[in-house]
Design a protein around this ligand. Structure first.
Ligand SMILES: Nc1ncnc2c1ncn2[C@@H]1O[C@H](COP(=O)(O)OP(=O)(O)OP(=O)(O)O)[C@@H](O)[C@H]1O
Length: 622
């Protein structure tokens, strides 16, 4: 490795800490020139003497394969050495396994096939991994699943070598270690054994052997593996062969195991395999709110509530819009009482959304007449004594079919408005604005990110992917990323830098996207999301309890909804609980930190309902 290669730490801009391993920290960084993301992995000088590390690096850099995390170089900062690696934005296979939901059998097999392809390439280059486990399999997102990439090649082997030299015995993870590894021996067959355990764990959310390291050692060496009958015989046979105690009885190459898996991957036995019951073991109970009437505060409304927002003062001031009217109402923080609603103002065209920050209430109105859009935003500055009104127009001269999109900064000092491929960001204090054009690219979603930035998302139907652009409030393009799917909804999370996106092609699938460090988690929900509210602890997502036909129009679908589910997710996408409400929820908003407000239609009656989450048996971190 040349000196110039190893001294270019400054060409990377650190974006954030991704994780910590036994060798040190892993950072997400951007190459200032190419704008590509990389992972910088700290390697302690003491643990890895430079000569040995450089020897190993020669192998690592030569290992180029789509299923192996590629290593680019070694760079030095003042205090540390870093391995520069390809960045994998969807975390590790461990995180995927630990989520509540179950992957499909096809997804499990595809991930294992990826692992075997990477292993085959390394084994052909005479490199054995030695420490294969879900923590060392990194993921990138693809259109329908993930691409698995093996990491820590060489470093694991070097670490093993260093421990042996120091008389410390074996390194490795006992849960995945083949029997011979406990005697300090390893071969291609030891990696195959670890793949067998990973396949078992992906399918069954458990490992064949668990316990303390000494118990694990004895189990790997002596105990027979039992595979539940649920797993088809063809898959059982593959796992059993990979997990033979004697290395010579296992698959002799990764290719052999891969071909057997490929042969059964599309068989009816595998396609029809229903792994859902396994995931259900971890499922949280669904709370039916009809049976818990005392936790709710219901109120009959004369009209449909189309928008809800709140401002916290001595109690919770709830603002809500019914068509052209904005009203407000004081509700006690513990929902023990509410006062009569008060009229605030009338609007024309009808209200589409309201947003409150500090004492400013934003009201967005819009209507479409003959494919011509008419829209306004209006702010009402409210204090106890007076209210001051500021108005702005959202005018479009063009014939357009889509809506205006808008994003308001958390402290309401700018508003961004997009229509088709143009974007205007208006500073509300100085009433100055910047305008941007995006050539042929239509903006489909606009999301405020923090006080200084917003995100514009554009779906590209020709390439079936979407482009995400981080734009500063002054109109500078800060960051561009491509997502491998089309998006049908996008909202900002309350920790700035997080977005929740719904995939258009996989309608039950959401993406939680973290920008610093860059991270994407794909989550499959039990229901197809309809409305999403971001809260101080995560997200509340409504979904129709009945399956909604994919090709039916939204309005006709909604008419059929008898019960609506509210799925509660934390910021990591973990399921916190599920509520079921009679009727159709047409609007949802977080009220303070522990309540939700929902607008419900049931038997053609309109109701506004407040739910006190603190009283429910749900572990929310308030
Ligand atoms: N190339 C990468 N791209 C994105 N994230 C990465 C990358 N490499 C590592 N990470 C993240 O950093 C964390 C720590 O990684 P690291 O490889 O140092 O430790 P580990 O594999 O968890 O444990 P060990 O130190 O035992 O190998 C991982 O859990 C993963 O989330």
């Amino acid at each position: 490795m040349s000196q110039s290669q190893s001294s270019q730490f400054s060409k990377y801009r650190i974006i954030g800490l991704v994780g910590r391993g036994q060798f040190g920290r892993v950072l997400c960084a951007r190459n200032r020139e190419t704008k590509n993301l990389v992972a910088l992995k700290e390697l302690e000088q003491k643990r890895f003497p430079t000569s040995k590390l450089l020897r190993e690096l020669r192998f690592l850099i030569s290992l180029q394969h789509p299923n192996i995390v590629s290593c680019m170089s070694l760079v030095h900062s003042k205090n540390c050495r870093y391995l520069v690696m390809e960045y994998c934005a969807s975390g590790t296979l461990r995180e995927l396994i630990d989520h509540h939901y179950q992957l499909t059998p096809q997804q499990c097999i595809d991930l294992v096939i990826d692992i075997l392809l990477g292993l085959e390439h390394a084994h052909n280059a005479k490199i054995i991994h030695c420490d294969l486990k879900p923590e060392n399999v990194l993921l990138t997102l693809t259109a329908n699943g993930w691409q698995a990439k093996l990491s820590d090649f060489g470093i694991a082997r070097l670490s093993q070598e260093m421990s042996e030299e120091n008389g410390a015995g074996n390194t490795g993870s006992p849960g995945y270690m083949a029997p011979e590894r406990f005697y300090g021996q390893f071969s291609i067959a030891s990696d195959i054994y670890a793949v067998g355990i990973i396949l078992y764990e992906l399918l069954l959310k458990d490992r064949p052997f668990t316990g303390k390291p000494s118990e694990l050692m004895s189990a790997h060496m002596n105990q027979r593996v039992t595979i539940p009958d649920l797993v088809p015989r063809s898959l059982q046979a593959i796992i059993t062969k990979a997990l033979q105690k004697l290395p010579a009885r296992r698959y002799t190459t990764a290719r052999q195991m891969l071909e057997e898996l490929q042969a059964i991957a599309n068989s009816s036995e595998v396609i029809d395999l229903n792994l859902e019951p396994i995931a259900r073991l971890n499922d949280l109970p669904t709370i039916s709110l009809a049976e818990q009437a005392d936790l709710l505060l219901w109120q009959n409304m004369s009209d449909r509530v189309v928008a809800i927002a709140h401002a916290s003062q001595d109690g919770e001031w709830i603002y809500y819009a019914t068509a052209n009217q904005l009203q407000k109402q004081l509700v006690a923080k513990d929902l023990s009482f509410y006062e009569e609603e008060e009229f605030v103002a009338k609007f024309n065209p009808a209200i589409a959304a309201i947003f409150i920050s500090k004492q400013i209430i934003f009201v967005i109105t819009q209507r479409s007449i003959h494919r011509q859009l008419e829209g306004k935003w209006q702010t009402i500055y409210q204090t106890n004594q007076s209210s001051e009104i500021q108005r702005g127009e959202l005018q479009s001269q063009q014939q357009v079919s889509q809506k205006f999109l808008w994003a308001i900064s958390p402290e309401a000092d700018w508003i961004a408005v997009a229509i088709d491929n143009s974007l205007e960001i208006k500073n509300l204090k100085y009433l100055r604005s910047v305008k941007l054009g995006f050539n042929q690219r239509t903006i489909h979603f606009l999301v405020p990110l923090d006080q200084h930035h917003l995100v514009a998302i554009s779906n590209r139907t020709d390439t079936k992917d979407s482009r995400l652009m981080v734009i500063s409030r002054r109109g500078n393009l800060m960051e561009k990323r491509t997502l491998p799917s089309l998006i049908s909804q996008a909202i900002a999370g309350q920790p700035s830098n997080q977005l929740l996106l719904v995939e258009a092609k996989n309608p039950k699938t959401i993406l939680l996207l973290q920008l610093k460090p860059y991270h994407i988690t794909r989550i499959v929900l039990a229901y197809q999301p309809i409305l999403i509210a971001s809260t101080s602890w995560g997200y509340a997502i409504t979904g129709a309890c009945e399956t909604v036909p994919m090709n039916a129009s939204l309005t006709s679908d909604r008419a059929k909804i008898g019960k609506t589910a509210i799925i509660l997710l934390d910021f990591y996408g973990q399921n916190l609980g599920c509520l079921e409400v009679e009727g159709e929820i047409v609007e949802i908003a977080a009220i303070g930190i522990q309540s939700l407000a929902i607008s419900v239609i049931q038997n053609q009656r309109h109701r506004l309902c407040f739910i006190d989450l603190k009283e429910l048996d749900i572990d929310l971190i308030f």
